[in-house]
Design a protein around this ligand. Structure first.
Ligand SMILES: Cc1cc2nc3c(=O)[nH]c(=O)nc-3n(C[C@H](O)[C@H](O)[C@H](O)COP(=O)(O)OP(=O)(O)OC[C@H]3O[C@@H](n4cnc5c(N)ncnc54)[C@H](O)[C@@H]3O)c2cc1C
Ligand code: SF4
Length: 342
């Protein structure tokens, strides 16, 4: 009799795990709380590092969603029960779904920039987040951010909600530096006369092609990088934003007027993941992301037999890394279902 796996979360991680398991002959049930699949991916426009359309990655993932996968959208999980090695997931409308293994792929949330009140997000119109800028790019292809005004000044603030003891997040979100560099280039493409300043603590361009993008941003596009932490943003009467920064290279305080301030918001663990983890007794780390049973050797297994993890519920990761992780998860689930090993 064929085995069944339930996957919770239909973002990149959940879709790829589902597609891979299905190709291995395992029946898959995919549960997504939203009305459509894709998770955060569907909000992004062009992806780093090569600036391909996010739709291309979504199309690949969607192709994997064939007949062997039962899809439950708009689904809220009210409980998870376990008996005799079988899991039963109970949905809010009373439906019960059962399986031999469970994969949590519930992803991450964006840091709520309102928590950094001193940056003025939610108070001043011209302070937006990197996620909102992606939405703008996605919906307004080729449109000038400032409707016809050519020469404008834009500030990009790194580490918003990450590496910040005050908000309780000591970890680095890993991908906001490269997102900021990508977005700076994209703004210059749309507005060749715009002046762009990135305010950073240190740049973490760790992955392949990232450092090259940073060079391109400086040499080809003239984007300026100022090492310093923003202390405050205040609105001027003309709705421009006055930013106060301490330049940590020169040691001098700096004041600058910008027309638009973009906050590079980080990843935070989602309360939904915490809720489901609580039902299953799963471990979370000091950073509140979930922990596998062995970071080196069993990165997708948990201490709970039959329960697996895939994607960014374990911490910040790119789409490429998430796809690799989802494939590893599928293999670990298949091994468990065939050989009982985790
Ligand atoms: C501003 C920004 C820009 C980015 N740009 C890029 C880029 O250009 N290139 C790149 O490689 N990476 C980029 N990333 C990273 C990328 O977003 C992640 O790698 C990717 O989204 C991770 O996928 P995931 O499936 O782990 O999580 P998610 O995308 O968060 O998907 C999780 C899914 O689980 C669902 N879910 C959650 N809880 C439940 C529940 N209880 N029941 C059912 N479903 C649930 C959610 O609705 C969601 O659909 C960017 C990140 C940010 C913040
Ligand atoms: S990736 Fe860059 S912007 Fe994001 S938290 Fe790390 S250092 Fe800060």
């Amino acid at each position: 009799m064929s085995k069944t796996a339930i996957i919770i979360g239909g973002g990149v991680a959940g879709m790829e795990t589902a597609g891979q398991l299905n190709r291995l002959g395992i029946e898959v049930v995919l549960i997504e709380k939203q009305a459509s699949l894709g998770g955060h991916l569907k909000n992004w426009d062009r992806l780093f590092p090569d600036r391909r359309e996010s739709q291309e990655v979504f199309d690949y993932l969607e192709k994997g969603m064939n007949d062997g996968i039962s899809l439950y959208l708009n689904a809220t999980i009210s409980d998870i029960r376990e008996a005799g090695g079988k899991f039963t997931v109970i949905l809010e409308d009373g439906r019960e779904l059962s399986s031999d293994a469970l994969v949590l792929a519930t992803g991450y949330d964006l840091f709520d920039a309102r928590k950094k009140e001193e940056y003025g997000f939610g108070i001043y119109d011209n302070v937006i987040t990197s996620a909102e800028l992606e939405e703008f790019f996605r919906n307004n292809k080729q449109k000038n951010l400032f409707e016809g005004v050519q020469s404008k000044r834009v500030g990009i603030v790194h580490c918003v909600g990450s590496r910040d003891e005050k908000v309780g997040n000591l970890y680095c979100s890993k991908l906001c530096c490269v997102t900021g560099v990508k977005q700076a280039i994209e703004i210059r493409e749309l507005m060749p006369d715009a002046e762009i300043f990135c305010f950073y603590m240190d740049l973490r361009m760790f992955d392949r092609h990232f450092e090259e993008m940073y060079y391109e941003a400086q040499e080809k596009w003239g984007i300026r990088f100022i090492r310093g932490r923003l202390s405050e943003a205040a609105e001027n009467p003309d709705h421009t934003i006055l930013v106060k920064v301490e330049d940590t290279l020169t040691g001098l305080p700096l004041k600058m007027k910008v027309d638009l301030l973009i906050l590079l918001v980080g990843f935070v663990p989602s309360p939904e993941t915490k809720r489901l983890a609580g039902m299953l007794g799963l471990k979370e780390g000091d950073d509140r992301f979930l922990c596998p049973s062995d970071e080196h050797l069993l990165p997708n297994s948990t201490d709970h037999p039959g329960v697996f993890l895939a994607g960014t519920l374990k911490g910040p990761a790119s789409i490429a890394a998430t796809i690799v992780d989802a494939r590893a998860a599928a293999l670990q689930v298949a091994e468990y279902l065939v050989n009982g090993e985790r």
